[in-house]
Design a protein around this ligand. Sequence first.
Ligand SMILES: *[C@@H]1O[C@H](CO)[C@@H](O)[C@H](O)[C@H]1NC(C)=O
Ligand SMILES: *[C@@H]1O[C@H](CO)[C@@H](O)[C@H](O)[C@H]1NC(C)=O
Ligand SMILES: *[C@@H]1O[C@H](CO)[C@@H](O)[C@H](O)[C@H]1NC(C)=O
Ligand SMILES: *[C@@H]1O[C@H](CO)[C@@H](O)[C@H](O)[C@H]1NC(C)=O
Ligand SMILES: *[C@@H]1O[C@H](CO)[C@@H](O)[C@H](O)[C@H]1NC(C)=O
Ligand SMILES: *[C@@H]1O[C@H](CO)[C@@H](O)[C@H](O)[C@H]1NC(C)=O
Length: 667
Amino acid sequence: MPQAHCYLHLALTAAAILLVVPLAAAYPWQVCGTTGSFTANSTYQANLAVLAAALPTNASSSPDLFATAVVGAVPDQVSALALCRGDTNATACSACLVTAFMDVQNMCAYDRSAAIYYDPCILYYSNLHFLSSDDNVPAASTDRINLRNVTSEPARFNRLVGALVNATADYAAYNSTRRYAAGEASFDQEYPKVYSWAQCTPDLTPAQCRGCLAGIIARMPSLFTDRVGGRFLGIRCSYRYEVNSFLHSPVTVQLAESGSAGAPAPAMEPTTVTPAVTGGGRNHSVPGTVLAIVLPTIAALLVINLLVWLCFWRTRRSQPCLACQNPTPAAGTENIEIIESMIIDISTLRAATGDFAESNKLGEGGFGAVYKGTLPDGDEIAVKRLSRCSAQGVGELKNELALVAKLQHKNLVSLVGVCLERQERLLVYEFVPNRSLDQILFDGERREQLDWAKRWSIIHGIARGLQYLHEDSQLRVVHRDLKTSNILLDMNMNPKISDFGLARLFGRDQTQGVTNHVVGTYGYMAPEYLTRGSYSVKSDVFSFGVMVLEIVTGKKHNGRHDDDGRRSPAQDILSFVWEHWTAGAVPEAIVDPRMGTGFSRSDVLRCVHIGLLCVQEDPADRPVMSSVVMMLGSDTVSLRNPSSPAFYGRNRISPTSSTSSGEYTAG
Ligand SMILES: *[C@@H]1O[C@H](CO)[C@@H](O)[C@H](O)[C@H]1NC(C)=O
Ligand SMILES: *[C@@H]1O[C@H](CO)[C@@H](O)[C@H](O)[C@H]1NC(C)=O
Ligand SMILES: *[C@@H]1O[C@H](CO)[C@@H](O)[C@H](O)[C@H]1NC(C)=O
Ligand SMILES: *[C@@H]1O[C@H](CO)[C@@H](O)[C@H](O)[C@H]1NC(C)=O
Ligand SMILES: *[C@@H]1O[C@H](CO)[C@@H](O)[C@H](O)[C@H]1NC(C)=O
Ligand SMILES: *[C@@H]1O[C@H](CO)[C@@H](O)[C@H](O)[C@H]1NC(C)=O
């Protein structure tokens, strides 16, 4: 049995490394809109909830597995479209759409428009009236490239794929009322078959459908030349091709043998495509929609003999066979498989980062250096090279990383890949262009970019991300090292929390407990964590409070006193803010002068008030994050009066050796 277990892992590892090869973002793929945002408990949110309740059922019960809906009145009107792939059944369709609504509201939280793509379904909603148009909404489209190249006869392969995808598109548009087609063509010994899929929403006319597909097929040469697989996903039409079967139903189009762009011969008697392999693959899958979606793709590839051979081949080349090194039956297969599907091989990462060139180094984080990289398909990534040795074996590490990968929220940096080859432990994240908050907030000139509206939205975003970590994710995560350098800003200055979940990799801790391994940054650490190693969501709330006060004042908190023991206002912002608060001089006397004057006095006052509540000495006096989000979102909720903050008026228990921003490790 362990043998069998091991072989399964082997097979999956090999499949992931050699066949599925990195898609540069975690599945599913979301495209968050730029048509504005809505607020918690707004009419817009209520309308969206109506859609979420009705659309999965409406789509899955329609013969075309397609539904559209418009709910509410302008300006809170939401239009939506849901479509399942032509070879999906009603059960899988409905489950996929239910998951889609849940995921997208985390991944594009509070965005008025968003698209999300899964293998079996797509979902799009927007405050704009897109339904009357046949436009594919380019801004909501996405493409995914299978990064593996064909090696023999690439030119013939490209021609074959072009002809196959064209023929599949023709059939979908002109010969299927559901606007769906699946195709197949023969290639060579290395890749005996190429499979394709094309689909439009069934409300398009044949000409509209073919036009839509022609538009995205025209992108093939620039995106997919020489690639063994690729897909272009849009809300109105999509296509995909792969050298392995990803289809669940018989093909409708069979391309004639020749590699030239000859006339396609539609299959009169549809061929049944590898049902045995696909079905066999799914038997060991565990319940869960995402898995049900991811697995068949991988599983369909499992030609066991080939893989066993591959493994021996890899072993002969003295590369460690990861899964065998450390079989941990305890780790859930589900999690192992999630991580296997995210594996990116070291050579790809070396190439992407210029062999970890110093010039590509973005910084040195708590757990190791971070490098910028660009994958061959142009996707930008940030690669974290863990410097510390995790106490965990590969199996356990994968388990932990799978949990981190499942944490998906607009205000969290998403993990898109991992590499655990040889001694390397590399985590691949989405690239967030504006670096970290501290680099702007504490920079004499750049901080002027942060007017009050931006600061307010940053505070709000961090609060939502943290609420998700603490309360809304399946896994309740205490961050344990929240600070401005762990808040990254995207193009639109939306904050994204980074490094979450990493404390667990090194500490094996529960969400609450006492640790003798304090992972944190001096100044941001709650008193109980600093002195007793006791942490909980409330110690994160403390760090959040410190950040709020930093964002408002533009002063960096290092939580220390001057050498002669006097408190220095510039350094100890908790005391600084508290003293002005009690003197009634907030906000004027404390706001960052570089922020300009265009701020709402009451909003700033409220933020400071909330910040002070978060830095109370007693964890029980600090609010939980959902309360913080609520207090930030409404000015009718009345707030308790804060007492003096932690550390106030006491001589500090200051470890003399600590630096202002270094990590402080006790025990
Ligand atoms: C779902 O379908 C039912 C029955 O066809 C219809 O009454 C309802 O309005 C639909 N819901 C939405 C949100 O379109
Ligand atoms: C529907 O499809 C799913 C996944 O493809 C499969 O597991 C399930 O058995 C199918 N259900 C029916 C009723 O065919
Ligand atoms: C694959 O082909 C593309 C385009 O021809 C090329 O840019 C890329 O470097 C190749 N990648 C690998 C891994 O060979
Ligand atoms: C696909 O069809 C388009 C237009 O119908 C044509 O321009 C293109 O050359 C075709 N591509 C291939 C590879 O046959
Ligand atoms: C597909 O539709 C086209 C145009 O209507 C027609 O000429 C062709 O025969 C159809 N093919 C099949 C297989 O039905
Ligand atoms: C939204 O409504 C829920 C349930 O009614 C409530 O618990 C929550 O406090 C409200 N949030 C805001 C920001 O008003």
